[in-house]
Write a protein that binds this ligand. Structure first.
Ligand code: SAM
Length: 190
């Protein structure tokens, strides 16, 4: 864990806003959005409008084993309240959409200008309002794919790959990379 990067060292403080979660259909994909957010350096995720305790429970389980107790997960939030809060803190709103500007054209500006970032990802159709509110509508290519891949690639370009080696100092377990085996160790805090 010696060469890992702390979440503070990444620089920008990133939160994710998940729009349009449908508890019957999107449990797995919203859980994966949250897993990507935590694993790749975001500080938290807001799930708009609806409550879904099962997602919160699975992320909390991951955090208790693998660390990241700073990671916030809030559901049933009013998206405009969150957006206004980030704007009032001089943060930027980045909406990921296949219709936006190519990531390569805007990522350097976002990295430099936006100390705090709220990344919006949708499920189905995202209302026009969010395209207007966003400081940046960003496309990860102009083909439809997934909010999970879009978020992962956005964070990776933002931090130029440094987030891959993020460290979670409060983890209970860590992995020793291995060619063929699953090597998991418990952190010795004595
Ligand atoms: N036609 C939809 C749209 O407005 O982008 C695609 C919906 S897709 C199933 C769900 C979410 O994935 C979108 O709201 C967007 O956040 C993200 N997404 C999908 N493809 C993307 C792309 N090429 N670039 C950026 N984000 C994308």
């Amino acid at each position: 864990m010696s060469s890992c990067t702390t979440v503070e060292e990444l620089g920008n403080e990133v939160y994710v806003l998940r729009l349009g979660h449908r508890p019957q259909r999107d449990k797995r994909i919203t859980t994966h959005v949250a897993l990507v957010a935590r694993a790749f350096g975001a500080r938290g995720i807001y799930i708009a409008e609806v409550r879904d305790d099962s997602i919160k429970q699975s992320i909390k389980k991951v955090i208790s084993k693998w660390g990241g107790s700073y990671f916030e997960i809030s559901d049933g939030v009013d998206p405009l309240t969150i957006i206004n809060k980030i704007k009032s803190e001089s943060g930027c709103i980045v909406h990921l959409t296949m219709y936006g500007l190519p990531i390569d054209n805007v990522i350097n500006e976002i990295r430099e200008k936006c100390k705090k970032i709220l990344v919006i990802v949708g499920a189905e159709k995202v209302e026009r309002l969010y395209y207007e509110i966003a400081d940046y509508n960003v496309a990860i290519g102009n083909q439809p794919h997934s909010e999970v891949s879009a978020l992962a690639i956005f964070l990776d370009r933002l931090w130029r790959g440094r987030e891959i080696n993020i460290c979670f100092p409060d983890a209970e377990y860590y992995i020793v990379p291995s060619r063929r085996n699953k090597v998991v160790k418990r952190v010795d805090r004595k």
